[in-house]
Design a protein around this ligand. Structure first.
Ligand SMILES: Nc1ncnc2c1ncn2[C@@H]1O[C@H](COP(=O)(O)OP(=O)(O)OP(=O)(O)O)[C@@H](O)[C@H]1O
Ligand SMILES: [Mg+2]
Length: 225
């Protein structure tokens, strides 16, 4: 039987709870993602896709319900625990790359590695290996503000995979890229999935979604298919 990677039960997210500007963004989400799946999350702007992905990534908290990541309940954990869980289990690719523009590619990839291992000397090798895996080892010493959008996205993916997490989460990873570069980036996610990683991609692009094994559509904070 397939192992469960992500399990959400009756999960809700309310911003500004109890205030006049209270907003229910996710309502009673029931969701299961198994080990090794390649899943797309689609839906209109404002539907709650990023909120859902950020909760999966343990960078945002939920208000009600339960979220188990590889069997570990995430609700009620302190920041320290959440940080550790994130570092060990999750590789996150943010919508706008979220790189430190003034640093080189390799320095960007090393940020989470240094953070999780307090400056282990192996992290430079590990970062270089990750850059190699995404095909840009030659750009290791180049500052990120000198790179193209596609190259930046590769650095962001290298940073996400460097610590070998089993779960890769990506928010609109092809949103800012041209068709050919989008295709290459999608090939990379598919190849990571073939290597056994569970991959969840938030996307507006039907071409990206149709390459995934399963598509979850959310509308107004609810899963509709
Ligand atoms: N910090 C916040 N405080 C209050 N409301 C928020 C906050 N962050 C997001 N929202 C609201 O939550 C809803 C869902 O936002 P979310 O970013 O998850 O949508 P999305 O589906 O990712 O949209 P897009 O496709 O435009 O990225 C939106 O109505 C948004 O305005
Ligand atoms: Mg979003």
């Amino acid at each position: 039987m397939a192992k469960i990677k992500i399990k959400m039960e009756k999960l809700s997210k309310i911003y500004n709870k109890g205030k006049p500007n209270e907003k229910v963004v996710l309502k009673n989400i029931d969701l299961q993602i198994n080990d090794g799946e390649l899943v797309a999350i689609i839906g209109k702007s404002g539907a709650g896709k990023s909120t859902l992905l950020n909760i999966m990534a343990c960078i945002e908290r939920f208000t009600y319900g339960s979220y188990k990541l590889m069997g570990t309940e995430i609700g009620g954990r302190n920041e320290h625990d959440l940080c550790r869980i994130r570092n060990e289990r999750i590789g996150l690719v943010m919508q706008d790359f979220a790189l430190v523009e003034e640093l080189t590619s390799i320095e960007n990839v090393m940020i989470p590695l240094d953070f999780s291992k307090s400056g282990d000397s192996g992290s430079e090798k590990q970062a270089l290996k990750a850059l190699e895996d995404v095909g840009i080892a030659d750009l290791a010493m180049k500052r990120c503000n000198m790179l193209s959008g596609g190259q930046k996205q590769r650095v962001a993916i290298a940073r996400a995979i460097a610590a070998h997490p089993g779960l890769i989460l990506a928010d609109e990873p092809t949103g800012a890229l041209d068709t050919i570069t989008s295709y290459e980036i999608m090939e990379m996610f598919k190849s990571l999935n073939k290597q056994g990683k569970t991959v969840v991609i938030v996307t507006h692009d039907p071409k990206v979604a149709e390459q995934c094994q399963r598509v979850i559509e959310i509308s107004d904070g609810t899963i509709i298919s």
